[in-house]
Design a binder for this molecule. Structure first.
Ligand SMILES: [Zn+2]
Length: 242
């Protein structure tokens, strides 16, 4: 596994490999980060046979800006979302770029999107990556469990830097159910790669899981995630839960 963390939102991009096959899960955000990604992976001996995205939020979907020819595999729920909201990711990326004066060499095209059955698995170099449903943050999404590596790529859950965020189509109950679904995987994991924040060891992820259950049950803000930005997310969560 090789993980790149974006300078903005600490969005994670995870390369997984087995044998001479490799997948790139989610994406960094800034143009220079995307530009350097193919060379970094190649130097480290990783190939990008395909792209995967944990869910359909724009900040996780930019892999094709680094690998324009690659197909993008997503959960069936995410594929349905992308079809149902055509151009939404592009619009939100454009809004981010305009706000931060970011210029890109080319616009985002999602290209060929493959809908993957979840629960299910994808093959990679003689091994299997398990796909587990991960809804609640949004209404779509999946977590990826690579048993041979002890790596869990969980999407926007278990973040050391961001409290649980309920998007407009998110759900507190679904979020809690996803956390319980992830728990046995977290307990076996050597590394957990959250959608935002650096990779964390399984024991730390277990502690964050408990904090997040407490947050969603009692709205108790975790002591290390109380910045102004996290409080704003908290207010939006309360609004949505009402
Ligand atoms: Zn995200």
């Amino acid at each position: 596994m090789l993980v790149a963390t974006s300078r903005v939102y600490q969005t994670s991009c995870t390369a997984l490999r087995s044998g001479d096959e490799g997948f790139v899960v989610d994406s960094p955000i800034y143009p220079d980060e995307l530009e350097v990604l193919p060379a970094v992976l190649e130097q480290a001996g990783f190939s990008a046979s395909g792209l995967l995205a944990t869910h359909g939020d724009w900040d996780h979907l930019l892999g094709r800006l680094a690998f324009p020819g690659a197909a993008l595999g997503v959960a069936e729920t995410t594929a349905a979302r992308l079809t149902g909201e055509p151009g939404a990711a592009q619009r939100e990326l454009r809004a981010f770029d305009e706000e931060h004066y970011v210029e890109r060499p080319s616009p985002l095209s999602l290209g060929q999107v493959q809908a993957l059955p979840v629960p299910g698995h994808v093959e990679i170099g003689g091994q299997e990556i398990e796909l587990h449903p991960a809804d609640g943050h949004t209404a779509d999404g999946m977590a990826l469990w690579a048993p041979w590596a002890g790596v869990l790529v969980c999407g926007d859950y278990l973040s050391p830097v961001e409290i649980p965020m309920l998007s407009p189509r998110g759900s507190r109950e679904a979020y809690l159910a996803t956390l319980e679904r992830l728990r046995p995987l977290v307990e076996q994991a050597r590394w957990v790669i959250p959608g935002h924040g650096s990779p964390i060891e399984g024991t730390r992820a277990s502690a964050i899981l408990d904090e997040d259950v407490r947050y969603l049950s009692d709205w108790a803000l975790p002591s290390t995630r109380r910045s102004a930005a996290q409080r704003a997310i908290h207010e939006a969560n309360l609004e949505r839960a009402r």
